[in-house]
Design a protein around this ligand. Structure first.
Ligand SMILES: [Zn+2]
Ligand SMILES: [Zn+2]
Length: 211
C-alpha cells in the first residue's frame, strides 16, 4: 500500500518512510528534537574540558567523546569543530532503519576549576617519594615522575631538596606506587595519619627509594 506523508504529502513510491513520515520529514523532526547548542565546562587554569568521568586535554578527540556522552541515544561522529561550533553526523537507529543527519551545534564554554587544579592550588598531596641516590639519576627520575603524573591527570605538588636527596610530593598515592613499581624499584613504605574523612582515617604514604 502506498503511504503519503501527513506533513508534506510525499509518497512512499518516491521516498523511504520511517513510520508514517517520509525520510525528509523524519530527518527534519530528528534535527529539531536535538539541542542547538551545548555547554562544555573548561578548567580556567589548565584548560582541560570535562567529560562524564574526567577532565581531558582539549582536542577533537575529547570533544567527540564528550558529545557522544551527551547524545547517548545516537551514534555520533564529529566532522569539524572550532572554538564556537561543532559539525556532527548523528545517526538514530529506528525499526525502519538508520536515520542520519548532519547538524551544527553551537558550543558554549563554561568556566570551572578541575579537581586537580583546586588541589594543586591548595597544596594537596597524598604521597612523598624520598629519593636518594646519585644526582644525575635523581634528576632524570624527577623529570620522569613529572611527565608520568601529568600524563595521568595528576601532579607533582613540590620537590624539596634534602641533605642527601629530594622529597617529591605527589597528588596520588596509588599512582606513586605504580610509578615506582613500573621503574622496577621496591620502596620502603611508611604511613602517616593526617586526617579523617567520613569516619575513615586518611594516610599519606612515604616511599623511600634508592637509585
Ligand atoms: Zn514528509
Ligand atoms: Zn585544571
Amino acid at each position: 500500500m502506498v503511504k503519503y506523508c501527513p506533513t508534506c504529502n510525499r509518497s512512499s513510491q518516491d521516498f523511504r518512510f520511517y513510520g508514517q513520515f517520509c525520510e525528509v520529514c523524519s530527518i527534519k523532526k530528528m534535527e529539531e528534537s536535538l539541542p542547538k547548542r551545548i555547554e562544555i565546562k573548561e578548567c580556567r587554569s589548565c584548560l582541560k574540558i570535562r567529560s562524564r568521568h574526567d577532565f581531558l586535554p582539549k582536542n577533537e578527540e575529547s570533544l567527540e567523546q564528550i558529545l557522544k556522552e551527551r547524545f547517548s541515544g545516537y551514534d555520533l561522529e564529529l566532522l569539524f569543530a572550532d572554538e564556537s561550533k561543532a559539525m556532527v553526523r548523528i545517526i538514530k537507529h529506528t525499526p525502519d532503519g538508520p536515520l542520519s543527519a548532519e547538524k551544527e551545534l553551537g558550543i558554549v564554554i563554561g568556566k570551572t576549576t578541575c579537581e586537580n587544579c583546586a588541589r594543586k592550588a591548595g597544596g594537596y598531596y597524598e604521597a612523598i617519594i624520598q629519593l636518594r641516590g646519585r644526582q644525575e639519576k635523581m634528576d632524570k627520575f624527577i623529570e620522569k615522575t613529572k611527565k608520568f603524573f601529568e600524563s595521568h591527570n595528576a601532579f607533582v605538588a613540590k620537590v624539596k631538596e634534602e641533605d642527601n636527596g629530594f622529597d617529591i610530593y605527589l597528588s596520588d598515592k596509588k599512582l606513586a606506587r605504580s610509578f615506582i613499581s613500573g621503574m622496577g624499584l621496591v620502596p620502603n613504605t611508611s604511613y602517616t595519619l593526617y586526617g579523617m574523612k567520613n569516619g575513615k582515617r586518611l594516610y599519606r604514604n612515604t616511599y623511600a627509594v634508592r637509585i
